[in-house]
Design a protein around this ligand. Structure first.
Ligand code: PMP
Length: 411
């Protein structure tokens, strides 16, 4: 599909780009590292400065107007998130620093309370380190065993033998929704079904899915869902942990301090209601409010439009990149987000990224915080181009051209 046809059918990415000051300030920048973090529209940046310039104050405690305004804006973001992911109950939404903190919260609080020797935690070989390390740490602490669902050559999960992995001993299953390396979108509903059949809970790492696809946690029926604001055009320092309220209610606090208590005495303390029981200390107020603004921005464009447009970008990029001599693309799942990991034969990924940078093209080179995948692929690192709504077909042409020149340089 040509750029014009996409514009008529979906929207004009070049126009969308005008909403992002970074592209005005770096007119030649081709930003293709969106799986790592995303650029921020003017509306999100303005929301942050508006808060600091007009009603900066701590929340949930000040008995004065600007504090009440800040509290209301912060809590409004919780309502926006609740609706955005189809949670149904705002008490399910805990604001954290990001996906990493959300998963650590579950591992420490739920895991510390519920895991014991002989239990199994089931994750997959496809996980980001942030969905591996917290489980390694808590398994070490509690004596539970950590098991892994393997991956197939095409970058999908090997779910051909569920009985081998989903067992009565399995207490929690933690799985990445969309792979940050392969782009694979995993069959969460099927995994939830297997897990619930054996009485295990399910945590979904939605860091890469939530920015790009419609997510409905009630339909997924997962027990925990974690994601980050900065990967969906929001500020850094804010993320979300969704938990079914009855599960969250039964969990011990993760961090202790101000805000999360009801009554403190020298002998002991009692806890605030959920979700505040899990929001100790002064939260990232500006960032949470800014995150609400990012959700507004996404809603304005429309999530289906984003997904459809990115599918077009992915299709186009795959076709273009396949014509590069010596390219090896990792991850060919049918259900796949707009992420392409690849290597060029005999050229180190860091060299590729460095040369592309000289043409103004920013892609990622490295292990993508997924060293077990690198081991499986038998490579030290890969290149990765990942797309978002402000990317254009012309930028994909530039990427392909840059790669072609890189190959020529090395041959
Ligand atoms: N999970 C996945 C799949 C990711 O891609 C990332 C970020 N690269 C994370 C978790 C961690 O997110 P954050 O650094 O925002 O906590």
């Amino acid at each position: 599909m040509s750029e014009n046809v996409i514009q008529q059918k979906l929207f004009d990415a070049k126009k969308i780009k005008e909403d992002f000051p970074i592209f005005r300030n770096n007119p030649d920048l081709v930003f293709l590292d969106n799986a790592s973090t995303t650029q921020k529209p003017q509306s999100v940046i303005d929301t942050l400065s508006h808060y600091y310039e007009n009603y900066n104050s701590n929340i949930h405690r000040g008995i004065y107007q600007i504090a009440e305004k800040a509290t209301a804006a912060y809590e409004k973001s919780r309502d926006k998130v609740t609706k955005f992911i189809g949670a149904g109950d705002r008490r399910s939404i805990v604001f954290t620093k990001g996906t990493t903190e959300s998963i650590n919260l579950v591992a420490n609080s739920w895991g510390g309370q519920n895991l014991k020797p002989g239990d199994e935690v089931l994750i997959t070989e496809m996980e980001h380190h942030s969905n591996i390390i917290p489980w390694q740490l808590i398994c070490e602490r509690t004596g539970a065993d950590l098991k892994y669902i393997p991956i197939n050559e095409d970058g999908t999960l090997d779910l051909s033998n569920p009985d081998k992995y989903f067992k009565n001993k399995t207490k929690i299953v933690c799985v990445i929704h969309q792979s940050n390396v392969f782009g694979t979108v995993n069959p969460i509903t099927e995994i939830v079904k297997y897990a619930h059949e054996v009485g295990a809970l399910v945590l979904v790492d939605g860091a890469q899915s939530t920015p790009h696809h419609r997510v409905n946690v009630t339909e997924l029926n997962c027990d925990f869902f974690a994601f980050s604001g900065h990967k969906m055009m929001g500020p850094t320092g804010v993320g979300v942990l969704y938990t079914k309220p009855e599960i969250l209610e039964a969990m011990n606090p993760f961090l202790g301090g101000g805000e999360m208590i009801r009554k403190v005495t020298l002998e002991g303390s009692t806890w605030n209601d959920i979700p505040w029981k899990f929001e100790a200390g002064t939260p990232n107020i500006a960032q949470v409010i800014g995150f609400g603004s990012a959700i507004d921005y996404i809603n304005k464009i429309g999530r289906d439009t984003i997904t459809d447009y990115e599918n077009e970008l992915l299709k186009y990029a795959q076709e273009k990149l396949q014509t590069i001599p010596g390219i090896n693309i990792y991850g060919t799942a049918k259900d796949k987000g707009a992420v392409i990991s690849f290597n060029l034969e005999n050229i180190h990924p860091h060299d590729v990224a460095h040369i592309l940078d000289t043409y103004g093209i920013a892609i990622r080179a490295g292990h993508h915080c997924a060293q077990p995948i690198m081991k499986k692929l038998n490579v030290a690192a890969t290149n990765r181009a990942s797309f978002y709504i402000y990317n254009t077909l012309a930028e994909i042409d530039q990427l392909a051209e840059g790669l072609r020149k890189t190959v020529e340089l090395f041959n």
